[in-house]
Design a protein around this ligand. Structure first.
Ligand code: SF4
Length: 317
């Protein structure tokens, strides 16, 4: 059955949500064998790398239950206004030396102010000048603003849906799911490369994880970041238990079956879920990229170590 779903996944029809539901209880090692084959067919040995910089931190008006930056929660997350552009230039130079491919400016908040937007435009130009692909994750955007970002040289717009429509009211009440969907639709519509995914371990069911993948497929996003909850003290989810390594691998594999054409990037929470020795094993799941370096408000792993492991992965496969 798994082999049949593999063939269906790489064919034009793709697999259905019911097929994906079958994979939730199927043998993990067999699923991983085939999800990795899909990755090899679609992306060969390539492993895309990206990094982010938290350019404006904290004081967000939104109440996302998992987020350290929401002003609705009392956390120790740093709070600062838009950083000096020299820091973005310096970080770009360092990442370029390490051959990291993409670098994203990320800001807290539902949408930037006009003056922040001008700084984001400048940051995109700086990152591009330094030889990296400039990405941005700066909240809900109108079509006009997205066009301005694209004209400035933006390579990818990142905007997560976070979870499925049916679970969203449990994690955010200050904006609607459609606010996020509309941003993604506008970005796809104007021809931006769109990176849109979610965070897992919030209390959502497997059905809701599959529901999110189906939505991402329908939106035709080219890249899907997969984040795992790192429960932050002071947030409503501080006592959630992070997903296990096995659950994370199963999720990545099912996403690979459902979204064979999309780059699947393992982002926040990789260092929470995976032990140091197995952090790179996520690539055997069918993922085609990883975020390196620090996350928004939490520490990540060593960039050099991740890049060394990626080279090993490429040589071994
Ligand atoms: S996830 Fe984004 S929108 Fe939600 S609280 Fe955090 S910074 Fe604000």
């Amino acid at each position: 059955m798994i082999k049949k779903l593999f063939e269906k996944s790489i064919s034009d029809s793709g697999i259905s949500s019911d097929d994906a539901a079958f994979l939730v209880n199927a043998d993990l090692y067999e699923i991983l064998e085939y999800s990795h084959k899909i990755k090899k067919i679609k992306f060969q040995n390539n492993v895309s790398t990206c990094a982010i910089i938290n350019a404006r931190s904290g004081l967000c008006s939104e109440d996302c239950t998992f987020c350290a930056q929401s002003s609705h929660h009392k956390t120790q997350a740093p709070v600062y206004d838009f950083i000096d552009l020299d820091r973005i230039r310096k970080a770009s130079k360092e990442l370029r030396k390490l051959n990291v491919e993409r670098f994203s400016v990320v800001t807290s908040g539902i949408t930037p102010t006009e003056s922040e937007f001008e700084l984001i435009i400048k940051a995109i130009k700086i990152i591009k000048d330094e030889g990296l692909l400039p990405d941005a994750s700066v909240g809900c955007m109108t079509r006009d603003k997205l066009i301005k970002l694209k004209d400035a040289g933006l390579s990818a717009y990142h905007h997560n849906l976070e979870t499925s429509r049916s679970f969203f009211p449990n994690i955010c009440t200050t904006h609607s799911y459609d606010d996020d969907i509309n941003t993604v639709k506008n970005a796809v519509d104007i021809g931006l490369y769109v990176c849109c995914g979610g965070i897992f371990g919030l209390g959502e069911s497997w059905e809701q994880r599959i529901e999110l993948a189906q939505t991402l497929k329908e939106l035709k996003v080219q890249s899907v970041p997969v984040n795992f909850l790192n429960p932050i003290k002071g947030t409503p989810l501080e006592n959630n238990v992070p997903v296990s390594e096995e659950e994370a691998l199963r999720l990545l594999a099912i996403y690979r079956f459902m979204l064979p054409e999309a780059a699947i990037r393992v982002c926040g929470g990789r260092t929470t879920v995976f032990d140091e020795g197995s952090r790179i094993d996520v690539l055997s799941s069918g993922a085609s990229g990883i975020m390196v370096g620090d996350y928004l408000t939490t520490k990540g792993g060593s960039v050099e170590e991740d890049l060394k492991n990626i080279t090993k992965y490429k040589e071994a496969k």
